[in-house]
Structure formats: structure tokens, C-alpha cells
Design a protein around this ligand. Structure first.
Ligand code: ATP
Ligand code: LTN
Length: 331
């Protein structure tokens, strides 16, 4: 029997952070051994916010290198630059015609992002339809994402079901895969908000490419309450609880073991150990990243293999969709 398919993607905006690692990349790394895996750098999605072209271009390649440095193995998984495969935008047009404005109006990511920008463009609004196309084109069974993407996934499922009901079975209806640990890492300075890689305040995030000194500084400065006990309590101690949950995701020690370990100790002891855990994770990723970035040919080869595969696979679905909705085939 053929393997089930997983697909996911990250937009190349900002610097990949430990939120993205714990919520997405780490899960991808584990799942790639069991599933046929496709991981996208969703560069077209990144155009929904203002970008400096030269920076975006560098970031797209840097993301591919960071995927690999984080353990996404190009021999097991396909890494695909979204804009290299035109079927994503082609399917999106069709799916736009099967998506209601009321559904897009309800998307919380759209509401949040449009609050923080003057550039409320149509791309930001139809962003979830492009995401649905990314997923449905490959008949993905499972989509590993952080908790913030649950609503987008539900929309992708609704669109698939609507289309299948109207035209007979066409799309696999995908399931979200949201891990118990690390699916919602919060900002270091503002633990009420999610850690986001495009946050302008770099003290809010630990970037995957931060050096050890910066990591120590950011963790030391991270917001905690004025108490002294190291206990997990999301309501009374949101900042500390976020740090404990990062500790838990990295060490895999149960929360109560962590609490017991730090009875009678200071916040600073805990923060020092947490910094060490993060540095231990990121040091090898960093050196691997530098090596890969020095070999651009290798990066382009990975992308070539990914896009050849993706074009073949996605065209099958796109042709089926065009036929079902009544478009005439070219000779
Ligand atoms: P941006 O700030 O550019 O919108 P982001 O950091 O929110 O970016 P996305 O590109 O939206 O990141 O998400 C990439 C993947 O990382 C998604 O699967 C998303 O759910 C996951 N993710 C993002 N932020 C976190 C977080 N704080 N905790 C856990 N997972 C996260
Ligand atoms: N919207 C997602 C990124 C994304 C994605 C996808 C995730 C675009 N296409 C397909 C999973 C599958 C986000 O994390 N902001």
C-alpha cells in the first residue's frame, strides 16, 4: 500500500523562530519517516505583506537551508518553492469560486493581520484559499501545523467537502496534525500573544539563527511574574508557564518533574538551564545551516527535484478539477 501524504508550509517572512520549530519543523522531521512528505516554502503567501525584494529572495533560499538544517532530509522529503509550481495559483482561482466571502471574513488571522497594517490587500484576504490549494493539490492526508492554523485547515476541509459533494470525490479531505507539545509558543515579552517570526521586536522571539549570547540575553530578559516559585500556571504565571512549556518541549521531561527539579531554586537558575537547552538545540542547526548556505548548487538541486515532483503530482489533481468543472482541454 502506498504511504499516506503529509504536507505543510511556512511563509518566508521574518526569521524562523523556535515557535515555528516546535509547532511545525520538529513535527515534520519526525513524520517524514512514516509519510510521503512535501514541505513548501510558501513564497507567494509572503507577498501578502510588504517585502523588500532582495531580502525576500535571500530569505527564500535561507528557509530551504534552515529546513534541511532542522532535519528535513531531501532524500526522504520533497522541499518545494510554492512559486515554482503554477498549479497552486491555478487551483486557487477555481477554489476562490467555491469559497464564500462570509467564510473569509471569519478568519482570525486575517482580522489580526489587517489590524496591524494599512496594506489590507486582496491577497491577505484570500490567503487561506491559496493555502487550501497547496494542500488539496497533493491529496494530503495530514497537515502538521501549529494551533494557530486550525481555522485555516477547517476551511480547506470545508472547501474540499463542498467540491466533492458537487462533483463527486475529487479531493482528499485533510486532517490537521497539531502536536500536544509546543503547538502554541508565546512571545517572550508579551506572553498573551503568540511568538511570531515577523515580530518587529526581536526580544519577543528566539530566532533559529540567534547566537548563544543573544539567546541568553533574551531568555534572561523574558517577562515573568514577581513571585518566586517555579510552577506552571497559565493564568497567574503566563510568562513563566510559556518558558516551562518550551523547556518541556525541548527536554521532554514532564511538567511536574520540571517543577520538582526547581523547588527552592531561583527564576535565574531555571532561565540559565533553559538557555542552555535552547543553545544545545540550535548550535548544530546553526553550523549545519552555514555549511548548506555555502553550497547554493545543492540548494537549487533540492528545489529542482522538489518542483519536478510537485508539478507532476499537482497537475493530476488540477486536470481532474478543470475537467469536472467543465473547462475544455487544450489539444
Ligand atoms: P508570521 O509572523 O510571518 O505571520 P508565524 O511565525 O506566525 O509568521 P507562520 O508562517 O504563520 O509563522 O507559520 C509557520 C508554521 O509555524 C505554522 O505551522 C504555524 O502554525 C507554526 N507556528 C507559528 N507560530 C507558532 C508558535 N508561536 N508556536 C507554535 N507554532 C507556531
Ligand atoms: N498559512 C500557513 C502557511 C501555509 C501552510 C500551507 C501550512 C501555507 N500553505 C499549507 C500548511 C499547509 C501559516 O502557517 N501561516
Amino acid at each position: 500500500m502506498s504511504k499516506k501524504i503529509i504536507l505543510s508550509g511556512i511563509q518566508p517572512s521574518g526569521n524562523l523562530c523556535i515557535g515555528n520549530y516546535l509547532g511545525a519543523l520538529k513535527q515534520w522531521e519526525n513524520l517524514q519517516n512514516e509519510y510521503e512528505s512535501i514541505f513548501l516554502v510558501v513564497d507567494l503567501h509572503a507577498l501578502t505583506i510588504d517585502q523588500i525584494p532582495s531580502e525576500l529572495r535571500n530569505r527564500c533560499l535561507s528557509f530551504v537551508a534552515q529546513y534541511v538544517a532542522c532535519g528535513i532530509n531531501p532524500d526522504k522529503s520533497k522541499i518545494v518553492m510554492q512559486s515554482h509550481v503554477s498549479s497552486h495559483t491555478e487551483l486557487m482561482w477555481v477554489l476562490n469560486c467555491f469559497t464564500y466571502m462570509g467564510e473569509l471574513n471569519r478568519m482570525t488571522q486575517f482580522k489580526d493581520k489587517s489590524k496591524n497594517t494599512k496594506n489590507i490587500n486582496a491577497g491577505l484576504y484570500t490567503y487561506p484559499v491559496l493555502m487550501a490549494s497547496d494542500i488539496l493539490l497533493y491529496q494530503a492526508d495530514l497537515v502538521p501545523v501549529g494551533a494557530d492554523q486550525k481555522q485555516h485547515l477547517e476551511l480547506a476541509r470545508d472547501i474540499a467537502i463542498r467540491f466533492n459533494n458537487k462533483y463527486s470525490e475529487t479531493f482528499k479531505v485533510p486532517e490537521p496534525y497539531i502536536s500536544k507539545n509546543g503547538s502554541r509558543i508565546m512571545s517572550l515579552q508579551n506572553p498573551e500573544s503568540k511568538m511570531s517570526k515577523s515580530d518587529k521586536n526581536l526580544n519577543n522571539i528566539i530566532s533559529l539563527l540567534d547566537d548563544p549570547k543573544t539567546i541568553k540575553k533574551k531568555i534572561n530578559k523574558s517577562v515573568t511574574d514577581s513571585g518566586s516559585e517555579i510552577i506552571y500556571d497559565e493564568i497567574k504565571k503566563p510568562g513563566l508557564s510559556n518558558l516551562i512549556s518550551i523547556y518541556h518541549s525541548l527536554s521532554l521531561e514532564p511538567i511536574n518533574t520540571i517543577e520538582e527539579k526547581y523547588v527552592g531554586k531561583l527564576y535565574s537558575d531555571f532561565k540559565n538551564d533553559l538557555s542552555d537547552l535552547i543553545i544545545e538545540l540550535l548550535n548544530p542547526i546553526n553550523s549545519e545551516y552555514q555549511k548548506i548556505m555555502d553550497d547554493k548548487n545543492y540548494l537549487f538541486d533540492i528545489l529542482k527535484e522538489g518542483s519536478d515532483y510537485a508539478r507532476y503530482k499537482s497537475n493530476k489533481t488540477l486536470s481532474k478539477v478543470y475537467r469536472k468543472v467543465g473547462l475544455v482541454k487544450n489539444k
